[in-house]
Design a protein around this ligand. Sequence first.
Ligand code: UN1
Length: 509
Amino acid sequence: MIQDILQQLHIGNVNRGVSTGINWLDAKGAVIDASSPVDGQHIATVKTASREDYDTVIATAQAAFREWRLWPAPRRGEVVRQIGEALRQNKEALGKLVSYEMGKSLQEGYGEVQEMIDICDFAVGLSRQLHGLTMHSERPGHRMYEQWHPLGITGIISAFNFPVAVWSWNAMLAWICGDVCVWKPSEKTPLSAIACQHIVQDVLKANKVPEGVCCLVTGGRDTGEWIAADTRVPLVSATGSTRMGKAVGSVVGARLGRSLLELGGNNAIIITADADLNMSLIGCVFGAVGTAGQRCTSTRRLIIHESVYETFTKKLAKAYQQLRIGNPLDEHNHVGPLIDKDAVNLYLDSIEKVKAQGGSFLVEGGVLSGDAYSSGCYVKPCIAAVENAYPIVQHETFAPILYVMKYSRIEEAIAMQNNVPQGLSSAIMTLNLREAELFLSQAGSDCGIANVNIGTSGAEIGGAFGGEKETGGGRESGSDAWRAYMRRQTNTINYSTHLPLAQGIKFDL
Ligand code: UN1
């Protein structure tokens, strides 16, 4: 089955991993071996970018920008509309490849492609709404307003956990804004990125989009470092760990470039005494085990009111016993593998730390073995009773380890929710209006996303996505996130017969 899908998506045994749009470069960098955590099989090899290849791509992108920025935004939107159509046609195949290469469940693989389609639709509408404000001038016969212009090259560094959607959140907006994109996908999921490039190519060709608008540079960490340090790339959008984001952010900051960072989360759900526990259960379990706990929005902590703690943790433990772990392409399974053995080791290491720091497991973890788990990447989602202050609880482990803790007063629960270095997503389960509103108020959650009676993951593309503190402060996707991809220009026009100076300054010759 996978062979058919690879063929449909133009993935061969050996793949070029560097493209300026329609053209593929004969890339001279290191070769990546792409394999699947589903069955441990080698899938294909990818030729990545050398420094010279990278420079060729950037030069082509720069030249393309000079032309692309002159296209009317709605015409660029039309290209994005057609990309959305191409994604619709390839949803099944691309969703399966994402599931196979990354390990997320097939449902989530399809969901990820749906997110791409949704952002295309959003960007098409936005291409007719890139608006600025007008202000009243203090001087007679003057008009003052602002307009938004494209920035240039947007560098996109994406992570393995959303191998294709995060690129599209950035690229579709950047394109309608008039920017060109250079994408460095995760070296753990290069094939999904190459498949996207193939999907987009026919649209680029049919619309005579300048070569260099849609670039792909697969590579390792050094490629990300080239982008971060490159003054030809005015905006770097990076998704990944806080450690990576600090490195990228400081290099981009040192050259006074712009960065848009979407980094680690340590997302909590507060389960109040007034929560609908059955509904809460779905949100908590999907949040904790979806994508095998490898979303930046995954639920890592449950802060549970003492009066419902016993009841709810029992329900949780029962639900965990029913989870089916296995091949994510089999739709009966809820949980697939972790991305690789390094991730498994981090998971095991965190479990040891939980124990050493005083935690106890309500549902035990462990690595699964046997034929169905031959890749060695399948682990059991587990639940540990902890204190919020444990160092391991303060840390984001990209694995299905759920921490539970008790509270007695809502203010205390909110303080626990906020008392971590990260600030991406948060939620409260309650039917009590006062508690819900307190959680959403300025005295409530300090995260970029705060939900009521919904889990922490699975945000819609229509809202601005991102978080505070160590999450990096960036906002992608919906609302007015498009402004990050543009530069603001303030214009004042004098249509009077005099030249009065602002602030009442007199300067007569
Ligand atoms: C990520 O994990 O980097 O809200 C992005 C969600 C998804 C996106 C997650 N829409 O869970």
